[in-house]
Design a protein around this ligand. Structure first.
Ligand SMILES: [Zn+2]
Ligand SMILES: [Zn+2]
Ligand SMILES: [Zn+2]
Length: 539
């Protein structure tokens, strides 16, 4: 058991140098449950679709008249009057499952004081978010169970390593906050905060479109600025779809220009100052080899340390590039081998693992255990990927049949759906965890696995394991090879166990070394659709 290492991030209420909106005392969710308000917004004149702005009202009256006030948007945008639909954010317009409004608890409306909720002017973004639901990240619950009892040195090493990686980020964020234009919009610990254009995780600094609610990372916003400067000429080395998405606002506003964005932060200066003070002493005189998570030049994919070249395996096919292949006993005999290869971003194929799994990972086992559980299957070769309802028993009945010509090739869709592997398959989960080599880093609760230290009430990275069960896809005239299972840890994506029934011919996996990831990222930009933008989405 490890004592919680509480971070001092409760200083939001002291943050007042930027603005005119005084933040309220910050409270935890437990002490101050968030009331669900069903506010009804009204507007007197349904013929008006464009409201006067705060500036226009102030110019007209010299200041905001006494009978008007600013009211926080406590509902999603769909509760606004229909003729004001141009003020809806993209998630509210799209209404996709589980959507989260981009402006709820963040935006303020110019309203009459009496009666309340009568809108008279366009919304504004105040300098500070003060609502508890936007400040939920202040009560992290840190995990206390790990794969083993840690030595104090383990924890010190971890803190030093993280401080070395994160300190430059924290300092960049602090520099960002030097601009008095930055508005603090808060952050909820249980939501993902990502760039809506490239899916980069947002720490604090970002740009928020005041019209559609999209958030751009600093890199994507810079791209928009540059594109705006060159006009109709397309910037070189930028994928046209990425650029198109970046420029597209809602249908009422059409195109983005840099002026529609507000400079925002999800973290307060006090929190950043506290983190910096804690990290500085940890980074003094501390040298580490670069890790795959740090912002350094990507390593040469095949630069294996000289004394480990003996583990380099050259496949006999003549076209596959060499990779590290090791017996698990060799790998575990000297843990520094793994550390060095991991730090260099090297892929490792580990052999000799067959005796480690104790449970029968077979179709019979799944059928006997989960029997009539409902699930969905998808035709593997169908581009539409339409799910078909079935049961575990029915799926595995087809799954284990002798293959025939032109037989459908099915895969199970996300089974168990949206559920945690550990809860749905505890015996398999622990069987898998106990089988993994280098458990300090590779297992869910590994003491050196950074993801194992995420707050349990936060949006923890999905590090698996996930199960993928499919009949083997065939490109040979409809004949079907036997089934295969894979179990994988997607985040660390270093260990995959694969089992096949009978005489599976081959399963093709792509593995990518670090230098290739920019190309992969480019392909991800293409696959994200504007209507799917997902900052603030739930885990
Ligand atoms: Zn909305
Ligand atoms: Zn981005
Ligand atoms: Zn927009």
């Amino acid at each position: 058991m490890i004592h919680n290492q509480k971070r001092n991030i409760d200083a939001v209420d002291n943050h007042s140098q930027h603005g005119n909106v005084a933040p309220k005392k910050t409270q935890t969710k437990k002490n101050n449950p968030i009331r669900q308000v069903t506010q009804k917004w009204v507007h007197d004149d349904t013929s008006i679709e464009v409201l006067p702005t705060l500036e226009e009202i102030c110019i007209l009256h010299g200041r905001l008249p006494n009978d008007l006030t600013l009211e926080l948007q406590t509902t999603n945008c769909n509760k606004l009057p229909a003729h004001l639909r141009r003020y809806r954010c993209t998630p509210c317009i799209g209404k996709s499952v589980g959507f989260i409004c981009a402006f709820k608890w963040i935006r303020q409306w110019i309203c009459k004081r009496d009666p309340p909720n009568v809108i008279v002017g366009a919304p504004i973004l105040p300098d500070f978010t003060t609502h508890p639901s936007q400040l939920d990240y202040q009560s992290p619950k840190f995990p206390t169970e790990f794969n083993r009892l840690p030595h104090p040195q383990d924890l010190l090493e971890l803190r030093r390593l993280l401080a070395k990686i994160l300190l430059p980020v924290i300092e960049k964020e602090l520099a960002w906050l030097q601009d008095p234009q930055v508005k603090f919009i808060g952050r909820r610990i249980d939501l993902v905060t990502k760039c809506d254009y490239c899916s980069a995780t947002l720490i604090g600094a970002a740009w928020l479109c005041s019209q559609c609610g999209a958030e751009a990372c600093t890199k994507c916003f810079q791209l928009l600025v540059e594109q705006n400067q060159v006009g109709n000429t397309t910037l070189p080395d930028v994928h046209i779809d990425w650029l198109k998405r970046l420029k597209t606002c809602t249908k009422w506003h059409h195109l983005h220009t840099p002026t529609t964005y507000n400079k925002i932060s999800h973290i307060t200066q006090e929190e950043l100052d506290t983190l910096r003070k804690q990290m500085l002493p940890l980074t003094e005189n501390y040298e580490t080899s670069p890790t795959s998570t740090s912002q350094v030049e990507p390593p040469n994919p095949y630069s294996v340390p000289a004394d480990l070249v003996r583990f380099l395996h050259q496949p006999g096919d003549g076209c596959t590039e060499p990779y590290i292949k090791m017996q698990v006993n060799d790998l575990e005999a000297d843990p520094t081998i793994f550390d060095r290869l991991w730090a260099a971003g090297q892929m490792i194929v580990v052999t000799g693992m067959s005796d480690r799994l104790k449970k029968p990972w077979t179709p019979d086992y799944f059928t006997s255990k989960y029997d009539w559980d409902t699930c969905q299957r998808i035709r593997a070769n169908c581009p539409l990927q339409l799910p078909v309802d079935t049961t575990v028993r029915e799926f595995f009945k087809d799954f284990t049949k002798e293959s025939t010509k032109n037989q459908e090739v099915w895969k199970l869709r996300d089974w168990p759906p949206e559920a945690d592997f550990q809860e749905k398959f505890p015996d398999l989960f622990y069987d898998f965890e106990h089988a993994l080599p280098i458990p300090d880093i590779t297992t869910r609760f590994g003491i050196r696995n950074v993801a194992a230290h995420f707050p349990t009430n936060g949006n923890v990275p999905d590090i698996g394991p996930k199960m993928y069960i499919a009949m083997e896809n065939s490109d040979q005239g409809g004949s079907r090879a036997p089934l295969f299972f894979t179990w994988m840890l997607p985040m660390s994506s270093i260990f995959r166990l694969m089992r096949s029934r009978g005489t599976a011919k081959a399963v093709l996996y792509g593995t990518f070394t670090t230098p290739k990831t920019p190309k992969l990222c480019a392909s991800f930009y293409i696959s994200i659709k504007p209507t799917n933008f997902n900052s603030r989405s739930k885990k």
